[in-house]
Design a protein around this ligand. Structure first.
Ligand code: UD1
Ligand code: CA
Length: 459
């Protein structure tokens, strides 16, 4: 169910598209369904339907292995009415698991247990005890046997005293669900079609109703406001941080560590405070990440050190745009690696150096204040402070090739396309527009002139 408006988010964006750990809330739910090997996922949309459908169609890989259907609920007349919209596309066999697009952190294992409790024949409800159950549907039992879910607004004072609540998640055989939904009415305080009324029908039909109670409130927590979104983000990140530490990763502070994607770490990785990892990032053995780094779509090999405040922004993982940092490389502080930066072993990239779509062979160094764009840099090249590749002529990008062992002095402009021959030296302050021969000293700047006894103008 993803038709609700999410008024309390006070946002133009439909609620279920707000991001948690870099993924839309609804995407978390769909990904969990994928983990359950669902054969079909039906998304019930309403508010912002087109936007929600587009986002999910783009971000759900075909490899997810299920068919994705969208149905629209317009207007929104309650959760029972919502699920009614899905009936035409639901198959008659199998188990239907009802989930909410704004409850992102339910674990697949929990749903597996719930499905097992349903067993293809019962109505299984995911429940939890709350110290303050205000607003939730209460689980009413006679003895141990579940009799009904009573919505808060319809509940008597005695019923409101019940602490066990319905989480909003159930597993139900499709063959039962269909006729039950046909029997719903809206004769209640809210004038809504309550999905929860099917519990009464199950009891009347002699179908067993089982409650699968869990303890972990995070798994059933919904997002209604920015505060709740931030709380779940922290809960998710804390869970991830613990998992990494259990693998041996040293986090300076698990509360200041954010992974918005897939991070894999080798042995003896250490990560200082306030680092953010996005997309697909892998860190080899002994990699050290300094404080305040943002790293997206990059593969960082063993022993590399990323000094503080480094920004690595690789492009699509698995393409030439992903960033690669070689073994033992030293990056930063304050370095910027952009899409297509491929750095070999022992490369040094220092402060305020930007690298884009460039390959640096092992041992190459650019230690201060420089730009390398669309460049191929050979082994052991030393690229001086303040030097840049002028790679863009206003219409086209051109390549710069710097062969092995070249020394480029400070403040040079290499006007591409250009090739600097192996072992050559470029004098500081040169603007080079032509290829340079191997082994030569190339200087392209005004000759120094000194005029003796120069008198400055006086008033
Ligand atoms: C529902 C349950 C309640 C349970 C609670 C858990 C019913 C009648 N009540 O409460 O027992 O304790 O969830 O959070 O089911 N939605 C639609 N279309 C609608 C109405 C809702 O798509 O017409 C979606 C919402 O966007 C949301 C989900 O269904 O994702 C739950 O709706 P919400 O209004 O939050 O739940 P309640 O009805 O208050
Ligand atoms: Ca409601």
């Amino acid at each position: 169910m993803a038709a609700g408006k999410g008024t309390r988010m006070k946002s133009k964006l439909p609620k279920v598209l707000h991001l948690l750990a870099g993924r839309a809330l609804l995407q978390h739910v769909v990904d969990t369904a994928a983990a359950l090997m669902a054969r079909q996922v039906v998304l019930i949309t309403g508010h912002g339907a087109t936007q929600v459908e587009d986002a999910l169609s783009i971000n759900t890989p075909v490899t997810a292995g299920f068919s994705l259907n969208f149905v629209r609920q317009e207007p929104q007349l309650g959760t029972g009415h919502a699920v009614q919209q899905a009936l035409p596309v639901l198959r008659d066999d199998g188990i239907v698991v009802v989930l909410s697009g704004d409850v992102p952190l339910t674990q697949a294992d929990t749903l597996r247990d719930l499905i097992a409790a349903c067993g293809g024949s019962k109505l299984a409800l995911l429940t939890i005890d709350f110290a303050d159950p205000t607003g939730y549907g209460r689980i009413e039992r006679r003895g141990e046997v579940v009799q009904a879910i009573v919505e808060h607004k319809d509940a008597s004072p005695e019923q409101r005293a019940i602490r066990e609540v319905y989480s909003g998640i159930m597993a139900v055989p499709a063959a039962h669900l269909k006729p039950w939904l046909a029997r719903l009415d809206n004769q209640n305080v809210q004038g809504e079609y309550y999905l929860t009324d099917i519990v009464k029908f199950a009891v009347a039909d002699g179908v067993p109703v089982v409650a699968h109670k869990i303890m972990d409130a995070v798994q059933v927590a919904g997002v209604n406001s920015p505060v709740q979104l931030a709380e779940l983000e922290r809960a998710f990140q804390t869970r991830q941080a613990l998992r990494f530490m259990e693998q041996g990763v040293r986090l300076a502070d698990p509360a200041r560590f954010d992974v918005r994607g897939e991070l894999t770490c080798g042995q003896d990785v250490s990560i200082d405070v306030n680092c953010v990892f996005e997309g697909t990032v892998s860190l080899g053995d002994d990699v050290k990440i300094g404080a305040n780094c943002v790293i997206a779509n990059a593969s960082i090999s063993a022993g590399a050190v990323i000094h503080p405040f480094t920004h690595i922004q690789g492009g699509q993982p698995g393409t030439k745009d992903a960033v690669e940092v070689g073994a033992g490389a030293l990056i930063g502080p304050f370095a910027r690696l952009r899409p297509g930066a491929k750095l070999g072993a022992e490369v040094h990239i220092g402060n305020f150096v930007e690298v884009k779509n460039s390959t640096l062979a092992p041992g190459a160094k650019a230690n201060h204040l420089a730009y390398l764009g669309d460049a191929t840099v050979g082994e052991r090249v030393n690229y001086g402070a303040g030097s840049i590749t002028a790679n863009f002529d206003g219409a086209f990008k051109h390549r710069t090739v710097i062969e092995a062992d070249v020394h480029v002095g400070s403040n040079c402009v290499l006007v591409a396309p250009i090739r600097l021959g192996a072992g050559g030296t470029v004098g500081g302050g040169s603007t080079l527009t032509k290829d340079t021969p191997p082994g030569a000293l190339s200087v392209a700047r005004g000759k120094q002139v000194s005029i003796a006894n120069w008198k400055r103008p006086a008033k």
